[in-house]
Each structure stands twice: as C-alpha cells, then as structure tokens.
Design a protein around this ligand. Structure first.
Ligand code: ATP
Ligand code: MG
Length: 449
C-alpha cells in the first residue's frame, strides 16, 4: 500500500496543460529532471509525516502524489502550521523541484510557501489513504471524498477514455452524434419497468432506451447515427450488474443488416480495449489490471446451448442465457464472445426474424469477461412483419402508431446495437460492483447524492 500511494501517475495529458492562478503543473508532470525549477502545485494534504527532524507533506492532486519537504526554506512557523494542517486540507504550494534519489518519485518539492486555501470546517468521513478501508456505501454517500482516492479517479479516467474511443470510432466511420429525448409518452420496448413522471396534465415516462428514436433518425435518412444517452429502468433487482439509470452508447445504421452491425460492434469493442490499455496504462497499473485485447469468438445461440448442455448446465432451447451461462461461455471460449441468433421469444419485438430459421432472429449479444455488455439486432423494417411481431410479443400495435407509420413511409433495412458504459467500465477496471463505475449511481435504494 505504502508503495502504491507514492507512485506517480503518468496519465497521458493530451494537449497543452493549462496553467491556472493556482498551479503551474500537475504532479504527474514533475520529474527529477526538473531539478531547480520553480513550480506551483495544488491539491490536498494526503499525509503529514514527521520523521525525527524532518517534516514533510504528501500532497495529492488527481494525477499523483508528491513529497513536499518542510525542512528547509520554510520558517519554523510555517512548518508547524503545515504539520498542524489536517489531512485533506486543500492547499497551494510554491516551491522548487529538488532531485532526491531517496524519495520514491526521485524528487521532492522544497517549498517557499504553503497556503491553506480553505481550512477544513468538518471532519472527513473516511480515510482517503485507504489505511482504514471504508464500506462502499459510505464512500458512495460521500462520493466527492471517494473521488479523491486515486483508485476511484482511475476508474473514471478509464470511463472517459471509453467514451472518447467510442466517439472517435463512430465519427471515423461516418456516424453523426444525435440527441434523443429522455421524456417519452409510451414504453419504447413495451416493457413494464418504466419510471412514471407527471408531465403537466399528462402521464409520461423516462425512456428505457433511445431505440425507437434512433430508428426514426435512420428512417429519416441520417443513415449512420450514434448517441451517448441515459436509460432508465425501473427493474427492482439488486445485483452487482444492474443500475436503474444507465448510460448507453448506442448506434443505428441504415441499409445494413445484423452482420454489418456485428462487424462494427466487434471493431468498436476491440478498439476501446486497445485505446484503454494504451492511454490508461497508469490507471490500470494502479488498479492492478493487466489488459490484453482478446480475439472475439462467434457462436450461435443454438451452439451455445449445445455447449452449455455438454458442460452439464440445465438449459433448454428457448431460454434466455443466465449470468451463470454467460460466465461459463466466456470461461470456455475466451474473454470476448459474440452470441448470435437468439430465439425471437427472448428478444425485443423489433428484432428481424431469420430468413433461414424463423425460430430465431437476427440478434446478438456481446459478452466480455462473463457479462453481457452489448445487445443488438437487425430491426424489422417491414410494417406487416412488425405488426405480427408486436402481437406475438403481446403488444398492441395501435399504441405504437407514430412508430409504425414511419415504417410505411420508406424505411430502409437497418441494424444497430447498444453498449453499456458502466458494465464495460466495470470489466475494464476489474471492479466487482457496477456501482463503483457510475459516479453517482442510482439503484433501488440510492437516490442521492
Ligand atoms: P440484462 O439482461 O443483463 O439485464 P438487458 O438485455 O435488459 O440487460 P439491453 O436492453 O440489452 O439490456 O441494454 C443494452 C446494454 O445496456 C446491456 O447490454 C448492458 O450493457 C446495458 N444495460 C442495460 N440495462 C442495464 C442495467 N439495468 N444496468 C446496467 N447496465 C445495463
Ligand atoms: Mg440485452
């Protein structure tokens, strides 16, 4: 642990660092080679240490931790003040970099001034250093403090890189980013698990997915669209994989079928994993994760059921895969598994039936390290097939008027998918609970902060 807190992050800071009135450098930008340079750094007091005659502060910003000596340069008053400064005080330090082979980072800061920017008025609810581990609930209740732990920062650095990589991949492939509404009149997928809201004189719901809207954009001729959207699911489960508000990275493409969309999904997932392993090397190291980019293994649902049965799992054709099945499949086939052609009965009504085998549809899930991270399908673009499927799924076509009409007005064949941001973060960051990977998670009992 002690080794961990000293290690400096070398997070790639892309572009020019913008110095502010409070700092000239982030801690990760300092090095022994800067011996003698005057710098201003700012952050929080991670620790105050008093070893014999030497007093020093470990100063932390979101990029790392630096040793700020109190021995020289400072007046004794200032040293005493610095010593008396409680952990997590927010400070600015002016000083000089000094090469020091004894310090773990290879340098230390000799301060000429340490300013407490806002003296603490309240106690900190848990140890940011991790010396006394805090429960996840306590950390989530105080997320602004939890984010000061560099491990937590690393999770959200990884999440940021995922979003960036997704956006870059889509833009490079000619997709346009669009916005879709969160307030909707009717269930988008026909499910019952919706949050109801009062919308002036009317009833409304929070969107459980942008599905119908992204299809409308493609029918409208945008051809290739993507979005990063919140999706709200009023499912009452309490698992380590489910949130009630999630972030979906969605795409939809026109004049395309499931094979085209699956190819893009594989390319995107691989690219994201590669980007994170390159750009977040320090974050992954801090979290103790080694990432490699696995080859993607394709299997049909039918093949997966056969394989699971051979392994002694109780599953019949027509049943959805359970989490245990997903874990088993990844154990057998590898970290990234694409399962295709699920039975129509376990998929959303808009999934295109397979032309060779009407019992299955052109749908697929991508599993990563034993967990579903993405679902997709070729969509039904023919109105009469759509109406038939709605009825088979127990839905009333009359309630989907605005949606159905669009398919009568020149809807091209199209396909798409949705990738769950928090689940992907969870698997890349090696976190056991999805709540760690959502900055302010919403679950059945958590509605604040
Ligand atoms: P599951 O069966 O695992 O509950 P789902 O099949 O209902 O998920 P989809 O509708 O396929 O979910 O949503 C697309 C993606 O969004 C999922 O593959 C997953 O990555 C993510 N996702 C969906 N629902 C949740 C949720 N409640 N919590 C976290 N992520 C979710
Ligand atoms: Mg799914």
């Amino acid at each position: 642990m002690a080794g961990k807190i000293y290690r400096l992050s070398c997070r790639l800071i892309i572009g020019v660092f913008l110095a502010t009135s409070y700092r000239t450098h982030y801690i990760s930008e300092l090095s022994a080679e800067m011996d003698g340079r005057q710098v201003v750094i700012a952050g929080w007091v991670h620790e105050v240490r008093n070893i014999g005659k030497i007093v020093f502060i470990l100063l932390r910003d979101h990029t790392g931790i630096a040793q700020v000596m109190g021995k020289e340069g400072l007046s004794s008053d200032e040293v005493i003040r610095a010593m008396g400064m409680p952990k997590e005080s927010v400070v600015m330090v002016r000083g000089k970099v000094r090469k020091n082979a004894q310090s773990r980072a290879g340098f230390e800061i000799i301060p000429s001034e340490i300013e407490n920017l806002n003296p603490l008025e309240s106690t900190i609810p848990f140890e940011v250093t991790g010396k006394v581990p805090a429960d996840m609930d306590v950390r989530l209740d105080n997320r602004h403090i939890d984010l000061r732990r560099l491990e937590t920062t690393s999770i959200f650095n990884i999440q940021s890189a995922i979003l960036n990589s997704f956006r870059n991949t889509m833009t490079r492939n000619g997709f346009a980013e669009i916005r879709t509404p969160s307030l909707v009149e009717a269930a988008t997928e026909g499910g019952a698990d919706l949050f109801h809201v009062q919308y002036f004189e009317n009833d409304a719901f929070l969107a459980q997915s942008p599905q119908l809207y992204k299809q409308l954009a493609v029918i409208g001729g945008m051809d290739r669209v993507f979005m990063v959207v919140p999706a709200f699911r009023a499912e009452k489960h309490n698992t380590v994989y489910h949130l009630n508000e999630v972030t979906q990275m969605d795409i939809e493409m026109g004049f395309a079928d499931h094979n085209d969309a699956m190819d893009l999904l594989k390319k995107t997932a691989t690219r994201i994993i590669e980007d994170v392993s390159q750009q977040n090397a320090a974050d992954l190291e801090r979290l103790g994760i080694t990432l490699d980019t696995p080859k993607i293994k394709d299997i049909t649902y039918k093949g997966a059921v056969g394989l699971l049965r051979e392994e002694g799992q109780a599953i019949e054709f027509g049943q959805d895969l359970s989490r245990e099945h997903e874990e088993k499949l990844c154990g057998l086939l590898g970290d990234l598994v694409l399962v295709r052609e699920y039975p129509a009965s376990v998929r959303a009504f808009y999934s295109m039936p397979n032309s060779d085998d009407p019992k299955v549809c052109n749908s697929y899930d991508l599993l990563y390290k034993g967990l579903e991270i993405s679902s997709g399908a070729q969509r039904i673009h023919l109105p009469h097939v759509l109406i038939k499927s709605m009825k088979e799924h127990g839905l009333n076509p009359a309630k989907f008027d605005f949606y159905l009409n669009a398919f009568r007005q020149g809807a091209p064949p199209h396909a798409g998918w949705s990738l769950g941001l928090e689940r992907l973060t969870m698997k890349l960051a090696g976190m056991p609970n999805i709540r760690e990977c959502c900055m302010f998670p919403r679950d059945r009992v958590r509605l604040k902060p």
